[in-house]
Design a protein around this ligand. Structure first.
Ligand SMILES: *Cc1c(COP(=O)(O)O)cnc(C)c1O
Length: 387
């Protein structure tokens, strides 16, 4: 058999060759520390400055509103911990509103703020598609709230949240709004003036950039307590010598994602729609998870009743298909995902989750081969489950 067909682009993507080329000079030729005064330092600093301008232009913000981080998770951590501590100091507010459907980089950070820092977390209601509505936020919004954090698009179920409405609602009440756009930025508009967010997290490796680099947009005037203290890098908000090649690669990947957004969107959506239709039609006791329309264009996710999701993944892998049961971080955990159970699925459904996510170069023949193989593999997993 040739190499397996990769259908897990929400977990990570390969580095685009153009991105790799942009990064290459900064490993050895132009290796300076951007904080150094000499010409080696100046060349590295110029590369970081230029990357910052590129990211800012994609987001429609000022370069000094971009903080480079080591990953999307770190951007989420900095957003939550940084604003929670700063807001409490400023106004005494000690509540954080977020949801169980968030990526663990947000939900576990909120839990830590509750356990060790004395904040109170209010878990927002989600609807049956995993959406956070303005009504759900309105119900629990008051002046004790330091921050509301709701992701732009969900990694496990693909659902896109009404970020503009949520941000506008928070601002009516003078409350900060953060959104994790790590998954969304590959396909959706991340213009921050349009979205109206105060903070926005990004990561490079979900959009054909390298793993290990991300960014946080912080609206001018928003106070943050740094969580990585040391040197004065990143406007004093994130110490540590810049990862110059990765920052350069991230900016190039984000620039290409914007430039090619319509083409990529138009390529994956019909293939994805084909998967949604065929799977639900051909596989008995199958249900879509997440929103049927308001979802990422490359994202298909299902639950199959009485199927062990991890077993199905193993069977798929043996048959030459790389998929996921949801979040890449949860693979191997026998408990159903909190995201899927929060949609109201019982355990016998929730354990059988499957996520198929397409990439800009996914071929129709690859999707067809997958659709050909899946029904009998689900049947086999069901048979093994009954024993
Ligand atoms: C992947 C992902 C993250 C974490 O990003 P890393 O760069 O892998 O740390 C956070 N949020 C969402 C929605 C993601 O999909």
């Amino acid at each position: 058999m040739t190499h397996p067909i990769y259908l897990d682009y929400a977990a990570t993507t390969p580095v685009d060759s153009r991105v790799l080329e942009a990064m290459r000079p900064y490993f050895a030729d132009s290796f300076g520390n951007p904080s150094s005064v000499h010409r080696y330092g100046q060349a590295a600093e110029a590369a970081v400055d230029s990357a910052r301008e590129t990211v800012a232009s994609v987001l429609g913000c000022r370069p000094d509103e971009i903080i480079f981080t080591s990953c999307g998770s770190e951007a989420d951590n900095l957003a939550l911990r940084g604003t929670a501590l700063a807001q409490r100091e400023k106004t005494g507010a000690n509540r954080i509103l977020t949801a169980r459907t968030e990526h663990h980089a947000v939900s576990k950070t909120a839990e830590q703020l509750e356990k060790y820092y004395g904040f109170r977390v209010e878990w927002l209601d989600v609807d049956e598609h995993g959406r956070i509505t303005p009504e759900a936020v309105k119900k629990v919004l008051n002046e004790q709230v330091a921050l509301v954090s709701v992701m732009y698009a969900n990694n496990e179920i693909g659902t896109v949240n009404p970020i503009r409405e949520l941000a506008a609602l928070c601002h009516e009440h003078g409350i900060l709004f953060h959104s994790d756009a790590v998954q969304a930025a590959a396909y959706l508009d991340v213009n921050v003036p349009t979205l109206g967010v105060d903070l926005l997290s990004l990561g490079a490796h979900k959009l054909y950039g390298p793993k290990g680099v991300g960014a946080l947009y912080v609206r001018k005037g928003t106070k943050l307590v740094p969580h990585l203290t040391g040197g004065g890098q990143e406007f004093g908000l994130r110490a540590g010598t810049h990862n110059v090649p990765y920052i350069v690669g991230f900016a190039e990947a984000l620039r290409l994602a914007k430039e090619e957004r319509e083409r990529r969107f138009g390529h994956v959506q019909p293939l994805r729609d084909h998967i949604l239709g065929r799977v639900l039609e051909e596989i008995p006791d199958s249900r879509l998870t997440g929103h049927p329309a308001e979802r990422l264009p490359n994202h298909a996710s299902f639950v199959f009743k009485n199927v062990d999701g991890n077993l199905l993944l193993t069977l798929l892998d043996a048959a030459g298909f790389a998929c996921s049961s949801g979040s890449a971080c949860k693979t191997g955990n026998p408990e159903p995902s909190e995201v899927v159970t929060s949609l109201g699925f019982s355990r016998d459904w929730a354990l059988g989750s499957l996520r198929i996510t397409l990439g800009k170069d996914t071929q129709p023949a690859e999707v067809d081969a997958f659709l050909q193989a899946l029904p009998s593999l689900v049947e086999r997993a069901r048979g093994l489950n009954q024993r």
